[in-house]
Every structure is written in structure tokens, then in C-alpha cells.
Design a protein around this ligand. Structure first.
Ligand code: GLA
Length: 392
């Protein structure tokens, strides 16, 4: 009796006082890596995934924290007579591929759907959840993105006009795969992808999600990226170590935005403590793309061990100020210019909880800057961003 109470108390104290990163939880900081979809889409092959793994190492991205090599949709082949899923001819040997990725000091991820078909029309896990989780674990998978796709048709058929029932079914489907992943005994990051339906940020963690998409798909345009990124205001309280809001993968380096627009993309994502999954062809990267993806001081904002997501502080016309609490009582403060001309933005230290004598560092430029009279004014390029770290 006493022993049990003592052990329960001890467990509680451990959870409360040991920081998340030391508790051995899955995804203590937002997952970082690469995903095949944004650049390769349905064309991705085994060779592309190997090339991505090679490039993560040779470019220095792995050492900057990009660890997961995630295969998205279109790897699936047929199920055999016993229902076991096999990869299609683009992926001749998944286990060998996973071994290769692991041999580079990286982790590997895979993709499926709770529905019978994935979004690209390949085999989903419906009715085969335990079997598929076991297959992924046997292959050595470390990450699963689980995409609603055709499960929506099941909901339409089985819960027509009954949103409550449809919601319960959706939750149950995500929970089912979570249990199946747990049963494998392998730590597998669980990424929910259902485009933010039913305020997933309120229940994603309860069904075992380590991250959940909060919106529909990103694409490689400033308009879409900004629409998604700036719409994340107000969601910070739902994120924390082991459970993150996911505003979708990065488009940096895919060619559809200017350098300043991509800088806004990266700045916004790190302020949001978003998962950083590069979505470009890593084997052909410009120095500018690599610099945007691997600035250590910028990544440190995203990966800060406190695990707090940032939020909007103010918006004045097309100028926005966002802040993210960091460990050591510091804060990251981002100044965004959403206008098509350079704009001067002034930021007051007191507006983010600091005294006038706080220290400022411009993280993209890697140099200290100074506030005058408790305010810092800087000209931010069109569609650009400035990222500052403020310390007492
Ligand atoms: C959905 C997801 C995307 C991608 C595709 C693959 O659209 O939101 O991220 O995984 O499916 O078909």
C-alpha cells in the first residue's frame, strides 16, 4: 500500500521535474528531416531516398539536426495472400533501404492512411493496421505519417449527416494505429495528417499523435505559405514536448519563392516550433537554400528544449511581430513584413516582457544589434523577415 503510493509519488515527481528531453519521450523537440512529397511527389524512388540520405550527410544538414528521411505516398504495392503489404517496384527492398538510411546515422519514415486508399490512390491500412505497423517496425521504420484521405469516404458512408459520430470514428481510427505502433515495441514518431479537421490540436495528443497537421496542403508559393503560416496565431498553447502543431513541410529551395520569402517561411516555422521537414531536392541545392535551412542559431529557436510554440504579439497593417519563449528566460522575436515594399518595423522590448536594457542579437546575420530607448527599428525587405533573440 505505502510502497505503491510512494512509487506513484516518485513517478509524478520524475515527470514533473525532469525536463522533457531527458525523459526519453518521442519527439521531445519538433521532428527535423526531409520528406519526399513536396519535390518528388508520386515519382519518388528508392534511389531518390538514398540520394536524400547521402545529401543530408554531405551537406551538413544531418549534423544541423535533420535526422528523418521520410518516404511519403506512392511506395505501396500489393498485399499478399496473408494481407501483408509489399512495396511497389520503385522500392525493391524496403528493409535494405532502411538499413542504408540507418547506416548514415539517420532515421527513416513511411506513410499510410487509415482509409483503404491513400490520397494518391495506393493501398492504405484500413483493416490491416496491426499488420502494417508490424511490417513497418520489421523494416525498421522510425516515423509514420498517417493521412486521412479515403477514410473520409468511409465517414461519409457510415456516418452521413452525423458529424459527432464521424468525429468519434476518426479519433478511433487514429487511436487504433497508435495502439498498433505501440504494440510493436519500436519507438515510432506518429504524425497525424487530417488537415486540421475537428480542431485536431485539441485531441491529437490524446490519440497518441506526436504532431498533427493544422491545415490543408502547402505549395511552393508565397501566398499559400503565408496563408498557412500566419493563420497559426492562437495555436501555441496546444504544442509542447512530444506533441507539435504541424503547419506542413518546407518548400525552401523548390524555386517558387524569392530568398526573402523563403526566409519568412523558415522564420515563421521556427517561431511556430514547427516540424522542419525539408521538401526540396537535396542533391541539387543552392548555397542560399542550404544557408536558409542550416543556420544553427535559427534552428536553435525551433529546437529550444523548453518546447514552447510562439505566437503573434501584434499586427499593424502588413507588419507583424511574433515571439517565442526560449529557455534561459530568453525570447525569439520575429519581425515580418508582408508588404511588397521594404518597410521599417519598430519593436519595443517592453512589448515582449523585457526591460529597455535587454540584449538583442540578429540571428540571420549572426550579430549583436542595439535598441535605442527600449526600441529597435529595422527596415525589413519586401515579404521578408528579421529574427532576433532577446536576453536579459
Ligand atoms: C495529402 C497530404 C500531403 C501528401 C499527399 C500524398 O495531400 O496532405 O502532405 O502526403 O497527401 O498523396
Amino acid at each position: 500500500m505505502f510502497r505503491k503510493a510512494f512509487l506513484t509519488l516518485a513517478a509524478l515527481l520524475v515527470t514533473a521535474y525532469i525536463p522533457a528531453f531527458a525523459q526519453n519521450i518521442i519527439a521531445p523537440t519538433p521532428p527535423m528531416g526531409w520528406n519526399s512529397w513536396n519535390h518528388f511527389a508520386s515519382r519518388v524512388t528508392d534511389a531518390d531516398v538514398r540520394a536524400a540520405a547521402d545529401a543530408l550527410v554531405s551537406s551538413g544538414m544531418r549534423d544541423a539536426g535533420y535526422i528523418y528521411v521520410n518516404i511519403d505516398d506512392t511506395w505501396q504495392g500489393e498485399r499478399d495472400a496473408s494481407g501483408v503489404i509489399h512495396a511497389n517496384s520503385k522500392f525493391p527492398d524496403m528493409k535494405a533501404l532502411a538499413d542504408y538510411v540507418h547506416s548514415k546515422g539517420l532515421k527513416i519514415g513511411i506513410y499510410s492512411s487509415p482509409g483503404p486508399k491513400t490520397c494518391a490512390g495506393y493501398a492504405g491500412s484500413y483493416g490491416h493496421e496491426e499488420q502494417d505497423a508490424k511490417t513497418y517496425a520489421d523494416w525498421g521504420m522510425d516515423y509514420l505519417k498517417y493521412d486521412l484521405c479515403s477514410f473520409r469516404e468511409i465517414l461519409r458512408k457510415e456516418a452521413p449527416g452525423d458529424p459527432q459520430k464521424a468525429f468519434a470514428m476518426q479519433r478511433a481510427a487514429y487511436e487504433k494505429m497508435h495502439k498498433a505502433l505501440l504494440a510493436t515495441g519500436r519507438p515510432i514518431v506518429y504524425s497525424l495528417c487530417q488537415y486540421g479537421l475537428n480542431d485536431v490540436w485539441k485531441w491529437g495528443a490524446d490519440v497518441g499523435g506526436n504532431l498533427w497537421r493544422t491545415t490543408g496542403d502547402i505549395n511552393d508559393t508565397y501566398t499559400r505559405m503565408a496563408q498557412i503560416g500566419f493563420s497559426q496565431a492562437g495555436l501555441s498553447k496546444y504544442a509542447g514536448p512530444g506533441h507539435w502543431n504541424d503547419p506542413d513541410m518546407l518548400e525552401i529551395g523548390n524555386g517558387g519563392m524569392t530568398e526573402d520569402q523563403y526566409r519568412t517561411h523558415m522564420t515563421l516555422w521556427v517561431i511556430l516550433a514547427a516540424p522542419l521537414l525539408a521538401g526540396n531536392d537535396l542533391s541539387r541545392m543552392s548555397p542560399s537554400t542550404l544557408a536558409l535551412l542550416t543556420n544553427r542559431e535559427v534552428i536553435a529557436v525551433d529546437q529550444d528544449p523548453l518546447g514552447k510554440q510562439g505566437d503573434r504579439v501584434s499586427a499593424l497593417g502588413l507588419s507583424e511581430i511574433w515571439a517565442k519563449p526560449l529557455s534561459g528566460r530568453a525570447k525569439a522575436v520575429a519581425l515580418f513584413n508582408r508588404a511588397d515594399t521594404p518597410t521599417s518595423i519598430t519593436f519595443r522590448l517592453r512589448d515582449v516582457g523585457f526591460e529597455d536594457n535587454a540584449k538583442l542579437r540578429d540571428l540571420w546575420r549572426g550579430r549583436e544589434v542595439t535598441a535605442t530607448g527600449g526600441a529597435y527599428t529595422v527596415t525589413v525587405p519586401a515579404y521578408g523577415a528579421v529574427l532576433l533573440k532577446v536576453t536579459k
